[in-house]
Design a protein around this ligand. Structure first.
Ligand code: DQA
Length: 158
């Protein structure tokens, strides 16, 4: 099982950026946590961060057939990007939307998430721990999917 941890604009500044909102854990702490969680769960983890919308679209497209799940924090593109929504819909890779902050308690312009409808779960306001929970939730979701497919195939073979 292979999971992509995808981060959008300004997430690389974690720890330096508005610590009152995003906490004091650094981006390096976030990367270490997701790697550690992958090891604990027996999942291969790959990570990608970009400040550019098109680079995120490219990475989602390139993930088709290579990656089983995506943990995605699109940063501010959450609230603006139909292109990211379309990319997720196109590749149909199970995805969890993660936000470090409790976006639902913030400004009105953060209340729209274009990608949310393409995600099976949204986690907000847990800081970097939200990414670890997202990886575990993806693992469960993929295992349930697998079991469902196997039982459907078994029924067909009867
Ligand atoms: C964020 C929330 C977004 O509104 C914001 O633009 C970010 C980070 C979060 O992780 O809380 O860049 O996605």
């Amino acid at each position: 099982m292979r999971i992509l941890i995808l981060n959008g604009p300004n997430i690389n500044l974690l720890g330096l950026r508005e610590p009152g909102i995003y906490g004091t854990d650094s981006f390096a702490d976030l990367l270490a946590l997701v790697r550690r969680t992958g090891e604990e769960e027996g999942i291969e983890i790959e990570t990608f961060q970009s400040n550019h919308e098109g680079a995120l679209v490219d990475r989602i497209q390139e993930s088709m057939g290579r990656v089983d799940g995506i943990v995605f924090n699109p940063g501010a593109y959450t609230h603006t990007s139909i292109a990211l929504l379309d990319a997720l819909r196109a590749v149909r890779i199970p995805t969890v939307e993660v936000h470090l902050s409790a976006v639902e308690q913030r400004e009105s312009f953060r209340q729209i998430s274009y990608i949310r409808s393409a995600c099976f779960l949204t986690i907000t306001g847990e800081g970097i721990a939200g990414y670890a929970r997202a990886i575990r939730a993806l693992k469960e979701h993929l295992a349930a999917d697998d079991a469902r497919k196997k039982s459907e195939n078994g029924e067909k073979n009867l």
